[in-house]
Design a protein around this ligand. Structure first.
Ligand SMILES: [Zn+2]
Length: 328
């Protein structure tokens, strides 16, 4: 990867980072804040790489020696700060050893000396105090890139010196596009995007999760079979559902998605035109209207089941009530 490819949905931040490089107005400390899987490490990496790139572009060229050494993970002027000795948090000794000692030494070959601090939210207050002088009065070449899932972990004195980029949840469409670009099939990509809550990393996990796909298959089978079963057979289905008891909210979301697709197909004849369109402007035939009403009742039944389970209602009873409604 040369520049900022594969980061759809982050155009605003990418443009700001490119502008920074283009105008050479680089700050000494940046925080990329977002939950695990939001892509903050990829953004910060692409930025670090672009800053050290020997070509003059606003993003890394991918071809110069610096870019190539960067990919090997052994760039001489990028220091990856991490807790030593198997601890989970970055402590005072880590800062003294890896940051303070290094900061005084000029860059080996490139323009900047970049301190790349992953999991920066784990820095103890003492560790932050230990690096404070370097953040407040940095060497001209010194740059900190902090990746954090929680801004509240920073001391105000550190925070006030940093340019902060917050990685907000991505739109489902941006996630879907990226998964498709990565070679995921369209249907799977859409499904994963629906369940990832704006988090690309989570979406990738879903696409590779056999358990999730199996659960999805089960939900589809149930939705397709439910109208054909007689009542005793239908009630037997609660036994199958027992298997997903602990993930029932997710299972029911999958069921909702299946019915939502069915509804879209009924109302537009295609899954490509999603429900965002203004329904009131559509003119339905009477038969279509009846079908849609029927689907709406099914939605309501699933939502009721979700609510009841969230309130710790009896599992068996909640499932039976829902299945009977779905059968109609
Ligand atoms: Zn380069």
């Amino acid at each position: 990867m040369a520049g900022y490819e594969g980061m759809a949905g982050r155009e605003g931040i990418i443009e700001a980072l490119k502008r920074t490089k283009r105008h050479g107005k680089v700050s000494h400390a940046y925080i990329f804040e977002g939950p695990k899987g939001s892509g903050k490490r990829d953004l910060a990496s692409a930025f670090a790489k672009s800053l050290q790139c020997e070509a003059n572009g606003d993003q890394a060229c991918g071809e110069c020696i610096s870019c190539r050494v960067f990919e090997s993970g052994n760039h001489p002027d990028i220091i990856y700060v991490a807790p030593a000795g198997g601890t989970k948090s970055i402590g005072v000794d880590d800062v003294r050893e890896q940051v303070n000692r290094n900061m005084g030494i000029k860059p080996f070959k490139y323009r900047y000396k970049i301190f790349f601090v992953d999991n920066a939210s784990t820095m103890t207050p003492a560790a932050q105090n230990a690096m404070l002088k370097n953040v407040e009065e940095p060497e001209e070449y010194g740059i900190f890139l902090f990746m954090a899932d929680n801004l509240a972990a920073f001391l105000p004195t550190v925070l006030s010196r940093c340019v902060v980029y917050k990685l907000r949840p991505l739109a489902d469409s941006a996630i879907e596009k990226q998964l498709i670009d990565l070679g995921t099939d369209r249907e799977k990509a859409r499904l994963a995007a629906c369940f990832a809550q704006g988090n690309l990393g989570r979406a990738k996990e879903i696409t590779s999760s056999e358990a999730f796909m199996e659960m999805r298959g089960e939900a589809v089978r149930l939705a397709q079979a439910v109208r054909r079963l007689d009542i005793p057979e239908l009630l037997m289905q609660t036994l199958t559902l027992e298997k997903y008891k602990d993930q029932m909210q997710q299972f029911l979301d999958l069921l909702i998605l299946w019915y939502r697709d069915a509804m879209v197909v009924k109302s537009t004849g295609s899954t490509d035109r999603m429900i965002q369109q203004d329904k009131t402007s559509e003119i339905y035939s009477e038969a279509q209207a009846t079908e849609l009403k029927c689907l709406q009742r099914k939605f309501d039944a699933i939502w009721d089941a979700k609510k009841n389970l969230a309130r710790n209602a009896n599992f068996q009873l909640a499932m039976e009530a829902m299945l009977l409604q779905l059968r109609q």
